[in-house]
Design a protein around this ligand. Sequence first.
Ligand SMILES: C[S@@+](CC[C@H](N)C(=O)[O-])C[C@H]1O[C@@H](n2cnc3c(N)ncnc32)[C@H](O)[C@@H]1O
Length: 269
Amino acid sequence: MTPGRFLSFEAVAGDYDQTRVIPDAQLKETARILARESHLDRGGLFLDGGVGTGRFAAPLARLHPGQIIGADIAPAMMERIGAKAPPGSLSLVRADLQRLPFRRGVFAGVLLVHILQLIEQWKLVLQEMRRVLAPRGGVLFLGIEQGGRSTLVDFYYERARGRHVLAASLGSGMAPALAYLRRVERAGGLGARVTLLETPQLAWKRITPIARTLEALAGRTFSQMWDIPDESHGALMDETRRRAELTFPKPDAAEALSSRFALYKAWWP
Ligand SMILES: C[S@@+](CC[C@H](N)C(=O)[O-])C[C@H]1O[C@@H](n2cnc3c(N)ncnc32)[C@H](O)[C@@H]1O
């Protein structure tokens, strides 16, 4: 399979952290779960594939110094990690997840969060993750934030769909990725065992000011919006601002958004 197109986050690195907020307690808990499930206490390397601004790699590096590697295609995203991780505890590599510069079987664990929908040849990414994982005992984690989306973002998307300007995602959602991992190899899958980890503690509520949501929408922080023509984006923003004024008339209005982080674990016994 030849590598295909993907969406780098180079141009939105400055805004990324404001739009993807997971509270510290849940990030630390996620790091603890990743470390426990991939037996990092016994040593070994852990890869955060598409590390971005280090939301997960930094707390993991604080827990297990010296063993964490982050790979991303966008240097500007990785620059944002800065002081989030203790010096020397997190190594960063500019690399395409479709062909990693690592030897076969070297990682105890690999994490992918919000990656596969951005990469056309997402199956190649999953094959590559399997290649670099330790053949027995290596664990692939697929994470996804659920809920937590403003009604105004939903409104914008719904109107954009109505105007036929919302592009289909380049890669895969969670369900086809899990099916591909689970499918037996003779049927063209990767023959992994896959389970959803029980993580009731990875749920939270967040108060988000309406002004911040409108700012993020206007700045096209969400990747589905990048290809919308300027003229349509302008019109959609006008509609969304009008909707905001009607639904949230107070200037300092905010929404309480409930989110959870779901974590799937795949392994090859
Ligand atoms: C939505 S962000 C997720 C970042 C991080 N995993 C998180 O959850 O905060 C997606 C990241 O994948 C990176 N990316 C996209 N295509 C890639 C590829 N082919 N190889 C490596 N990184 C890629 C983007 O640059 C971006 O930093």
